[in-house]
Design a protein around this ligand. Structure first.
Ligand code: HEM
Length: 585
């Protein structure tokens, strides 16, 4: 029987350390001077020089680190299921941990993670190598459990939802949540419960969303007129930057319903986002891309002071930019409410400020309001804009799908008015296109991590308390055991032909892919998120004929090397297709 990998590694490290200690002892230099006064290290000729000892130490460790890794496969069983859980298993007679790479003592698989960027590709590669839908990777002391099968995902978020309802503490989430004051990234506990209660009962309820319909319609109209004006400006080829258009719309909607304003500054003459709005949305995306970015200090917290990857500086700069725009508005509005100048809630910010607890006192502090506003902004801009950019790109390359979706909108809406939110229930094919975009092209590789609050058994594996469960948005949506021809953009797979009354929704409670997820930590913005996403796509398809720019043959569907966005922002030709008077001035 082969020895478990972890004990071989331990053995090697211990031997290295023993050799080093032997050297030191032989040379009689283990003294307080040696330990604390490096400049006065004895250098008698009878002793090996200090530098030699350091050199030997380093060589031993480096050799142990890299070479041994190569030798190990010869020993076989490198990725044997539960190999590194052997000790725990033997001691506790528990089920095995899910399969995964053998961890080094103390640091776990952090060295491999550090060497293999981007981390999500390394993780998915490992899972393919292991041929598994659940895996266990030890990062520092944390068991990270990626999952790519809907059945197992449901075991986590349906059967054992209450156990996996916490979140990890990371550098990025601490910044985003103003010190864990908000909802999404906050661990299970009183603060999360309070914020979720306030937001569901006072801020994102259906009555409030209905009262904000006019503001959303203004932005949907502005979307169409912005593209229409671009068409006239760029007359030559009428090529539109769809990413800019989509992100601009999402930014405008959330600024409008949160703060009752489209622009922080003056905007641009073209109607486009001004410098301030571009900087605002860019900062939201920077924060989003860094909150769970597998940095070393998220697993070995004392490394945070070193900021080895430079992420802390990036996130703190982005948060400073966001606060620069949000804080003056929030502070002024709080003042207006406190001095009685404002009495009626007109937007989400008013709803936050006017929420009262059972004693009639303001329910939220100003730092809580600020943190929650930022978090909802981040939650709103990313998914809809990314899904629509990818959907249009895929549809341009398959004109029959584009035509089918446009025909559906023409049938439901006609050509005498613009699409409205009330049309959404009838736009099943458009929604099926968006489901395909969420399935194949999620905005980020993993769902927001779930953390277990006690030991559990999932799919026959032991999942220790404190594990970080990462449902893979990419792995679930592209799982060939679940989806036939998984990389093909095929909206028909979401339409139930047998049931004519079947309503297509963007939610996916069976977790065959992740859109809004489910359970206690499921998305709180399903209604708003769905409305924004469908309106964005439907208005763009109804208002314009989309095609490949004249100098290209097909839209390049390559993904970025470091994330899941399109490698290049989508640029496509847009030709108005409705009577001119329908395009809002
Ligand atoms: C198409 C748009 C959206 C998509 C696809 C989406 C998706 C998600 C996902 C996948 C989660 C994590 C669920 C989990 O941990 O299992 C989440 C959480 C959340 N979302 Fe959304 N979201 C969208 C829009 C919105 C909007 C518009 C808002 C509010 C304005 C919002 C508010 C939240 C909140 C507060 C949470 C955290 C829930 C918690 O941790 O308790 N989302 N969303």
């Amino acid at each position: 029987m082969q020895p478990p990998l972890h004990s071989i590694k331990n053995c090697f490290l211990l031997t290295s350390i023993a050799i080093i200690l032997l050297f030191i002892l032989l040379n009689q230099i283990i003294s307080m001077d040696f330990l604390f006064n490096l400049e006065n290290i004895p250098t008698y000729e009878s002793k090996l020089p200090f530098t030699t000892i350091i050199f030997v130490t380093l060589i031993a460790l480096i050799a142990g680190f890299f070479k041994f890794n190569k030798v190990l496969p010869i020993l076989g069983n490198r990725f044997a299921p539960g190999s590194f859980g052997t000790v725990a298993r033997e001691k506790n007679k528990r089920q095995p941990l899910p399969p995964g790479p053998a961890p080094w003592p103390i640091v776990g698989n952090l060295p491999e993670m550090w060497r293999n960027k981007p981390t999500f590709k390394w993780i998915h590669g490992l899972m393919r190598e292991l041929n598994t839908n659940i895996c266990c990777i030890r990062l520092g002391n944390v068991h990270v459990i990626p999952v790519t099968s809907p059945e197992i995902a449901l075991e986590f978020l349906k059967v054992n939802d209450s156990v996996f309802a916490s979140r990890p503490l990371t550098m990025g989430t601490e910044y985003l949540s103003g010190g864990f004051l908000s909802i999404t990234v906050v661990p299970w506990g009183q603060q999360w419960k309070k914020m979720r209660k306030v937001v569901s009962s006072h801020v994102l309820n259906s009555l409030r969303l209905h009262s904000l319909l006019v503001k959303r319609r203004e932005e949907a109209d502005d979307l169409v007129s912005f593209v229409y004006n671009q068409y006239f400006r760029n007359n030559v080829d009428s090529v539109i930057n769809v990413r800019l258009v989509a992100r601009r719309y999402c930014g405008n909607v959330i600024r409008k319903i949160m703060f009752s304003r489209r622009y922080f500054g003056e905007g641009k003459d073209s109607g486009g986002p001004g410098f301030q709005e571009e900087e605002h949305v860019e900062s939201l995306f920077i924060v989003l891309n860094h909150i769970y970015s597998f940095i070393l200090s998220d697993y070995i917290p004392w490394l945070r002071v070193l900021d080895l990857e430079g992420h802390e500086r990036i996130v703190s700069d982005a948060m400073r930019t966001i606060s620069k725009y949000h804080d003056p508005i929030i502070d002024e509005r709080v003042r207006q409410w406190r001095c009685g100048k404002k009495k009626e809630a007109e937007d989400l910010l008013d709803a936050f400020i006017s929420a009262k607890d059972e004693n009639g006192k303001p329910w939220l502090s100003v730092p809580e309001i600020k943190a929650q506003c930022t978090e909802l902004m981040v939650a709103t801009v990313d998914n809809p804009s990314n899904a629509v950019e990818w959907a249009i790109a895929e549809m341009i390359n398959q004109p029959d799908i584009l035509k089918k979706a446009t025909d559906e909108i023409d049938r439901v809406v006609g050509k005498g008015r613009l699409v409205q939110e009330s049309d959404i229930p009838h736009l099943n094919y458009v929604k099926a296109c968006l489901r395909e975009a969420f399935r194949i092209h999620p905005v980020v590789p993993f769902n927001v991590p779930h953390v277990s609050t006690c030991d559990a058994t999932i799919a026959g594996y032991f999942i220790p308390k404190g594990s970080h469960v990462l449902l893979s948005r990419q792995g679930l949506g592209r799982n060939p055991e679940v989806w036939e021809d998984p990389l093909k953009f095929k909206p028909e797979r979401h339409i139930n032909l047998a049931d004519h009354h079947h309503q297509v929704e963007l939610t996916e409670p069976e977790l065959k892919f992740i859109s809004f997820s489910r359970g206690r930590r499921g998305c709180m913005g399903v209604a708003l998120g769905s409305e924004m996403t469908v309106m964005l796509l439907a208005r763009l398809l109804h208002g314009f004929d989309w095609s490949v720019p004249s100098n290209e043959e097909k839209i390049d569907l390559a993904e970025s090397k470091s994330d899941l966005f399109m490698a290049k922002p989508l640029h496509a030709r847009a030709m108005p297709r409705l009577p001119a008077e329908l395009y809002p001035a």
